[in-house]
Write a protein that binds this ligand. Structure first.
Ligand code: KG4
Ligand code: ZN
Length: 340
């Protein structure tokens, strides 16, 4: 089953061809350099850049996979959550191809795509498993019941963890997107040098990251006022330790309390070296198997949308030409009921 998949929910224009779980091509055109100047993603610029790039990406994905449009079985596309103007570009392209080539259209939830990224390189991974989804816009602990059924057991009450990373990065003078830069700088610092609050660490499975973000800001402002030198690497390492301690603690606790043996991580922040390492150590200590995608499938890409689209199609969860772009939509919502 060959899928042409399109992802344009934020600042990456991506088109992939997958054959079930196998990736035949995965073209990613990132806009990061453009948005960097503004310190974050500018929605209007994102939409315009998707329009400029989408046709080239589609052509390149087909060429790299050495496949003709006629050999494609289904068209999968991210329809939400994300920036509506950006989503509409991918959605319009997907609809045009589906209409012209008379192929089924499958609308995919972006976060369900991130979870599915784990299938691309782990042929034996099957639901049920527990997945921690950590991205720029989401922090979810999800019970993956089947390929298309999800139960959210915890989520952030305020900022997403990626958002906290990006804001802390800005506070210590690192450019957007700050997550990978904080990760690198943290390697040079002492993670135990500054104590930041571990908000809600022992309270249920929801998360809160706005307090930690403010604590970092207060630390930097107060040191600046006292004219003390700030060791940015220590700030990065201490912030990262705090966040990773919370994420790993809650994930492992939920899995052990509910007798879940397989756990996974997904989303842009799943590329974080400390999160990957610490989760792996704790999983091993607790007799759990941890899965994570390779770095290129952690951040936004169309291959993950393709594999999720494949499983949806197998279960007849398809869409039609009325599929709309949706800025906010809960994980597990079926696209056919997702009109706004
Ligand atoms: O999943 P993603 O590409 O886009 C969204 O769906 O949001 O995630 C982007 C987020 C950004 O906040 C970025 O700073 C963060 O993932 N990120 C990281 C790392 N790589 C990307 N955060 C921490 N450590 C990293 N290595
Ligand atoms: Zn994403």
């Amino acid at each position: 089953m060959k899928v042409l998949a399109i992802e344009t929910s934020c600042d990456e224009t991506s088109v992939a061809i997958v054959n079930g779980r196998e990736v035949l091509s995965n073209i990613i055109d990132t806009q990061i350099e453009k948005h960097k100047i503004f310190g974050g993603v500018v929605p209007e610029i994102a939409s315009r850049m998707h329009i400029e790039k989408i046709n080239y990406c589609i052509k390149e994905a087909l060429q790299t996979a050495n496949i003709k449009l006629n050999d494609i079985d289904i068209i999968a596309v991210t329809y939400g959550p994300g920036l509506v103007g950006a989503l509409l570009v991918g959605l319009s392209a997907a609809k045009a191809i589906a209409f012209m080539a008379d192929k089924p259209l499958v609308g995919v939830h972006h976060i369900e795509g991130h979870i599915a990224a784990n299938y691309l390189e782990h042929p034996t991974l099957e639901p049920p498993f527990l997945c921690l989804v950590v991205s720029g816009g989401h922090t979810h602990l999800v019970n993956v019941l089947s390929y298309t059924e999800f139960d959210i057991v915890g989520k952030t009450k305020d900022d997403a963890v990626g958002e906290a990373y990006d804001k802390v990065a800005r506070t210590i003078g690192l450019k957007y997107p700050g997550g990978p830069k904080v990760d690198e700088l943290a390697k040079l610092g002492d993670p135990n040098s500054i104590q930041f609050p571990k908000a809600m660490i022992n309270t249920g499975y929801d998360f809160s990251f706005s307090g930690i973000k403010s604590a970092v800001l207060n630390y930097v402002n107060s040191a600046t006022m006292k004219q003390q030198t700030i060791n940015n690497a220590d700030v990065a390492a201490s912030f990262q330790k705090t966040v990773v301690d919370i994420l790993t603690h809650k994930t492992i606790k939920y899995a052990t309390e509910h007798n879940i043996k397989n756990i996974a991580i997904a989303g842009g922040v799943a590329a974080n070296s400390t999160l990957r390492m610490q989760m792996k150590e704790l999983a091993e200590e607790n007799g759990l198997t941890l899965y994570y995608p390779s770095l290129k499938y952690c951040t936004d890409n169309a291959a993950m949308i393709g594999v999720q689209g494949y499983y949806q199609y197998k279960e007849s969860i398809t869409s039609n030409m009325r599929l709309n772009a949706i800025a906010n939509i809960a994980v597990g919502t079926k696209p056919s009921t997702g009109f706004n």
